[in-house]
Design a protein around this ligand. Structure first.
Ligand SMILES: [Zn+2]
Length: 83
């Protein structure tokens, strides 16, 4: 992914209401401190966290329900999600 594509995805996430909740977090996949965390707070209906590593490009997501319980979104694909 090019820097331009990354900036584009970043912009789309912000546009959808995600807030950056961490930069340069440790990535479990590659061990680099290059993971960004985006958080969407959805109130009563719940929200979503996205962990996106800018070094290895792995993006994972968890859904957060109204009671703050977390559920992993196994089929998550960042590009499709924003497409
Ligand atoms: Zn990584």
């Amino acid at each position: 992914m090019t820097e331009r594509e990354m900036e584009n995805l970043d912009r789309k996430l912000i546009k959808r209401g995600f807030k950056v909740d961490g930069v340069r977090e440790l990535c479990a996949a590659c061990g680099e401190r290059a993971q960004r965390i985006y958080r969407l707070v959805g109130g009563r209906i719940g929200g979503r966290d996205i962990h996106w590593c800018l070094a290895c490009d792995v993006a994972t997501s968890v859904l957060r329900d109204g009671s703050d319980a977390l559920r992993k979104d196994d089929d998550f694909d960042l590009v499709k999600f924003l497409g």
